[in-house]
Design a protein around this ligand. Structure first.
Ligand code: CP
Ligand code: NVA
Length: 310
């Protein structure tokens, strides 16, 4: 994380922990930060739908004394109406930061390259760093910060959310069990990329043969939709392929009694997660959703305060 927040892969352990410390302060005393970004504006470029990311960034900027401007799929049309280069350069003259939700991760990289202002990845097909930061902040609230004693079981698709959770686990020394159907594993190149960090922190990142193996004695059970945004045409096939990868009471029963159940949302209830798991006593799902707001306020303060305009 230099100017931008593109992927947890580029953050150091210290930068992650600093975000958590600041989040804690902001969450505890939001009033103290109500002018932290006074006069600053944030552009939200969204090529995909959103509830949490859009609302929490908008409300977050408002609570910090700044302003957010939503630019939906019909407005900017990246690469169609104009190049990412020109969008980045133009917005750099108007606003103080950009959140980009897009398909190809290379779009986020390109935006960051040409923008003079911070660019925050609000989800790409490769990663969802704000989600993973909020998730681990939530884990820390529920289970403490002795990460090396925590095992997370991720059940389902080896997608953008899974990738960011792998990155953050390897940086913090949290153990990560992954259960996906064959063909839906996270990218091998990503697993190679994280291995030096995982060696250093002793994080065990493990591909498991079944959901049961991954969930056994876990502290956290995590899942996400079987078909992500942009994969709607594969939804029917995926329902078949993922049928043994549902988070339900039976699976939660294999984990530690004190385990927490997590989902980044939106959820497809009855598919990757049952009502009883998402609404049950172990669920931390809505704490996670709430923490998107607090964590992103910390990210905004960190990145936008750094910016010195010439
Ligand atoms: N979890 C998450 O990013 O939700 P939205 O897609 O609603 O923003
Ligand atoms: N994997 C999901 C996450 C949604 C927040 C998607 O990309 O649609």
């Amino acid at each position: 994380m230099n100017k931008d927040l593109i992927s947890i892969g580029e953050m150091s352990r210290k930068e992650i922990l600093d975000i958590f410390s600041l989040t804690e302060k902001i969450k505890k005393s939001p009033g103290k930060y109500s002018r932290a970004l006074k006069g600053k504006s944030l552009a939200l470029i969204f090529e995909k739908p959103s509830n949490r990311t859009y609302v929490s960034f908008s409300v977050g900027m408002y609570q910090l004394g700044g302003n957010a401007i939503y630019l939906g799929p019909e407005q900017i049309k990246l690469g169609v109406r104009e190049t990412i280069h020109d969008v980045a350069q133009t917005l750099s003259r108007y606003v103080d930061g950009i959140v980009l939700r897009t398909f190809g991760h290379e779009n986020v990289l390109e935006m960051a390259k040409f923008a003079d202002i911070p660019v925050i990845n609000g989800l790409s097909d490769y990663s969802h760093p704000c989600q993973a930061l909020a998730d681990v902040f939530t884990i820390r609230e529920h289970l403490g910060d002795t990460f090396e004693k925590i095992t997370m079981a991720y059940i389902g698709d080896g997608n953008n959310v899974c990738n960011s959770l792998i990155f953050i686990s390897s940086k913090l020394g949290m153990h990560f069990n992954i259960a996906t159907p064959r063909g839906y594993e996270p990218d091998e190149s990503l697993l190679k990329k994280i291995s030096p960090a995982a060696r250093e922190t002793k994080a065990r990142i493990r591909l498991c043969a079944t959901s049961e193996e991954a969930a056994k004695d876990a502290d956290v059970i995590y899942t996400d939709v079987w078909a992500s945004m942009g994969q709607e045409r594969e939804a029917e096939k995926r329902k078949q392929d993922f049928k043994d990868y549902q988070v339900n009471d039976r699976l939660v029963g294999l984990a530690k009694k004190s385990c927490i159940v997590m989902h980044c949302l939106p959820a497809h209830r009855g598919e990757e997660i049952t009502d009883s798991a998402i609404d049950g006593k172990n669920s931390a799902v809505f704490d996670q959703a709430e923490n998107r707001l607090h964590v992103q306020k910390a990210i905004l303060v960190t990145l936008l305060k750094r910016l010195i305009r010439h």
